[in-house]
Design a protein around this ligand. Structure first.
Ligand code: C5P
Length: 223
């Protein structure tokens, strides 16, 4: 019998604070943080570098099959993403990658592979995993599921501050348009759409700090 690993899923739209919360939660619990969005971003980065036609689902699926996406354990417990052995944790945050990831995310063959890789990680260790389909598709039987949401304006504001702090010049109105569009695409794709699992606890983080959300989750899971 394999040892039972703890899986906590955190789904929700962009800018709801999932990654900050998931990272902090993983540290508090001494388990790993799995950033599933990073996997779709990494494949997108590779396709962009190869100047591929991203709308070609067959080609993207073949590319995914021939790609090694792994995670490198960092001292603080987080997992840095590697693409064919290269640490791409910074490169995948480029705006061009963000705005083109929906192609990989909507491709069924790509999702099937990603879901398999994510499950393999979840069966090898205890994780806090964030994404769009973690509670609905990938880890349907997770012990704890959360859906983190926040008002659009708040999410835009947070993302704006994050990007500005990282030295990325960005126009606030354009960012709002991009985020709205990304939400829409994540909500309406036919495979693995952004959706709250019926048994996921909804947390509205609009007026909460990331620490406030972590405290709330810690109380709810009582580990
Ligand atoms: O979480 P992050 O914003 O980095 O994710 C980037 C994109 O990857 C999302 O907009 C979504 O389209 C896709 N994604 C997904 N399924 C996941 C995680 C992310 O489709 N589990």
């Amino acid at each position: 019998m394999p040892a039972e690993h703890l899986v906590i899923t955190l789904d929700g739209p962009a800018g709801a604070g999932k990654s900050t919360v998931a990272k902090a939660l993983a540290i508090r619990l001494g388990i790993s943080y799995l950033d599933t969005g990073a996997m779709y971003r990494a494949l997108t980065l590779k396709a962009l570098r190869l100047k591929m036609d991203l709308s070609d689902e067959e080609a993207l699926t073949v590319l995914a099959r021939n790609t090694k996406i792994n995670f490198k354990e960092m001292p603080e417990g987080s997992l840095n993403i590697t693409l064919d052995g290269e640490d791409v944790s910074v490169a995948i945050r480029a705006l061009e990658v963000t705005n083109n990831t929906y192609y990989a995310a909507r491709t069924p063959g790509v999702r099937t592979l990603m879901v398999g890789w994510q499950r393999a990680i979840g069966t090898s260790r205890s994780i806090v995993t964030d994404g769009r389909d973690q509670g609905t598709v990938v880890f349907k039987d997770a012990r704890y599921k959360f859906y983190l949401d926040a008002d659009l304006e708040e999410r835009v504001e947070r993302r704006y501050k994050e990007l500005t702090a990282a030295g990325k010049g960005i126009n606030l109105d354009q960012l709002r348009v991009d985020m709205k569009e990304r939400d829409q695409k994540d909500l309406t794709r036919s495979v693995g759409p952004l959706k709250r699992a019926p048994d996921a606890i909804l947390i509205d983080s609009t007026s909460l700090t990331a620490q406030g959300v972590v405290d709330k989750i810690m109380k709810l899971i009582q580990l």
